[in-house]
Design a protein around this ligand. Structure first.
Ligand SMILES: Nc1ncnc2c1ncn2[C@@H]1O[C@H](COP(=O)(O)OP(=O)(O)OP(=O)(O)O)[C@@H](O)[C@H]1O
Ligand SMILES: [Mg+2]
Length: 503
């Protein structure tokens, strides 16, 4: 399925694109171009305007000024259908599948094959969908409901949906943020095949190493402005970062303060949830950061969900400050000073259609309710404090969270739990989807918290993050803790050895 041979041929030209939202000048005359068979990255801090630029291309937002040329013709993209007709497909940062429909129905939504009678040809639809799925070796059935899939599987269905319909331009907005390594490999293989078919791909990711692996060119944006476009093989990590943040930045992050208190604040004994986690025991010291490492699916998040009362456990005991506690629902955990920042903000964390201040203060509302009236001033103070402290990019605190960029939503989620002033803070993939600058802000906050005596459990798939930030790391494998490593014994090889079942 060759679609022309001249690889350098221009496919897309976006010129001087401007987009304003109430109170936000999201795009200020941005240029972007894409060639056939090219993977072109868009890079920039959280809120720089990457998703917005692509939503303009995808017909989700209308541009205020500027022009779009596809295949040499000036196009007017008024809605999603216009975009589709121009061969544009977008895999969105936030999953937009319909949960109560099957995989097949989701893949074919809006373009279902019809029988002569005009009814949907279910058999043909399921058969075709199954072929797509099998091409990716996903081991799923086309008739499964999307609501029964994991986030990673849903992400893969989004990808299949976009690549299965002969699009000329495919936009991938942080496609790997919830994929396992195996799925990332598949995705990169698919990207290479698409390149050979002369498809142009826009690739958005905060993971710099991925950019060096799959992209040909990189365009950097900052604060809604176009900064520069460079060839991937002619640039460096540091150059890109300083273009992104507008200054040189020290990318290193470390624990600044390490002092053993010797005081156990949390102790977990023999925690078991049948078929998921098995006989998990560990303890957490006051003022410690305990990392949890392991492959995706090793049971790390499941342990945290049991401790926080989201999932039930079949066996085991939990002690806080030496006292046995019963945790059946999250409120039990909160009353014992535990907070949990989940990995999936959309499903478990935020009220997307509520404003920023509401989301930040929802968990501490009771503190400033007097006579059933919210003390607006205290609420404001709290919201302002976290917006400033975490540099949340929002025009004001009344902004609906859904209108914030992905990384800034993550910061709001973080604030909501910090505001509860927990003694034990459980962070599940705390820096997923946040840019390099915000990452180091989050590490700084973690350092401050442990200094103040808060204890942190950090689940993370990023080994450098685990190694630099944790005092100890518990490595999980198939639902059990395989090994707890002290700081001195932590390196990538050792952690991977235990994470893959070594003993
Ligand atoms: N529908 C909207 N209404 C109001 N403001 C919006 C809307 N969509 C985006 N914005 C704002 O536009 C700016 C750019 O957001 P965008 O989502 O494009 O950032 P991004 O570069 O994709 O960031 P991230 O890396 O966090 O995903 C942000 O300030 C965001 O809050
Ligand atoms: Mg985005």
């Amino acid at each position: 399925m060759k679609r022309g041979v001249n690889v350098s041929e221009q496919l897309l030209e976006m010129s001087k694109i401007t987009k304003r939202f109430p109170g936000v000048h999201a795009l200020k005359g941005v240029d972007f171009s894409l060639r056939k068979g090219e993977v072109h990255a868009l890079l920039g801090e959280n809120g720089a305007g990457k998703s917005t630029l692509m939503k303009v291309l995808g017909g989700i937002y209308q541009l205020n000024e500027g022009s779009i040329t596809i295949g040499g013709n000036k196009v007017d993209i008024k809605d999603v259908n216009d975009a589709k007709e121009n061969g544009v497909s977008i895999i969105h940062q936030e999953i937009v599948l319909v949960p109560y429909l099957t995989i097949a129905e989701n893949i074919f939504l809006g373009k279902e094959p019809l029988k002569k009678s005009g009814f949907i040809d279910m058999d043909s639809m399921i058969k075709q969908a199954q072929t797509f799925i099998d091409n990716f070796d996903l081991g799923l059935h086309a008739k499964m409901l999307v609501s029964d899939l994991t986030v990673a599987q849903q992400q893969m269905i989004e990808i299949i949906k976009a690549v299965s319909f002969n699009s000329e331009i495919i936009v991938m907005d942080e496609p790997t943020s919830s994929l396992t390594d195996k799925e990332v490999d598949f995705l990169f293989k698919t990207i290479k095949q698409l390149k050979e078919q002369n498809v142009g791909i826009v690739y958005i990711s905060h993971r710099m190493n991925e950019l060096f692996e799959v992209t040909d060119r990189i365009t950097v944006m900052r604060d809604g402005e176009y900064i520069d476009t460079v060839n991937t093989n002619e640039t460096t990590n540091n150059e890109l970062i300083s273009m992104m943040v507008g200054r040189d930045m020290n990318q290193m992050y470390e624990r600044t303060y390490v002092k053993k208190s010797g005081q156990t604040i949390l102790s977990v004994q023999g925690l078991t949830r049948k078929g998921v986690i098995n006989d998990v025991s560990f303890s957490l010291e006051k003022g410690e950061i305990l990392g949890f490492s392991g492959l995706v699916g090793a049971g790390r998040s499941e342990v945290m969900k049991c401790i926080f009362g989201i999932d039930e456990y079949d066996e085991g005991e939990i002690f806080v400050n030496g006292k046995k506690v019963n945790i059946n629902v999250p409120n039990d955990a909160i009353s014992h000073g535990i907070a949990y920042v989940p990995e999936n903000r959309k499903e478990e964390g935020l009220f997307l259609i509520k404003p920023v201040d509401y989301n930040i203060t929802i968990k501490i509302l009771h503190q400033f309710m007097s006579m059933f009236q919210v003390n607006k001033r205290y609420e404001d103070e709290q919201a302002d404090y976290y917006i400033k402290e975490l540099s949340i990019k929002t025009p004001n605190k009344d902004q609906i969270v859904n209108n914030l960029s992905g990384g800034n939503q993550q910061k709001v989620l973080f604030s909501k739990w910090l505001a509860t002033k927990p003694n034990i803070l459980i962070l599940d993939e705390p820096t997923r989807g946040v840019d390099v600058g915000a990452k180091s802000e989050i590490y700084t906050i973690m350092n401050q918290l442990v200094e103040e005596g808060v204890s942190i459990i950090m689940v993370s798939s990023e080994l450098p993050e685990i190694i630099n930030m944790s005092d100890r790391v518990a490595v999980m494998y198939k639902g059990s803790i395989q090994k707890v490593l002290e700081k001195e014994a932590m390196d990538q090889e050792t952690i991977m050895y235990y994470a893959t079942g070594g003993n």
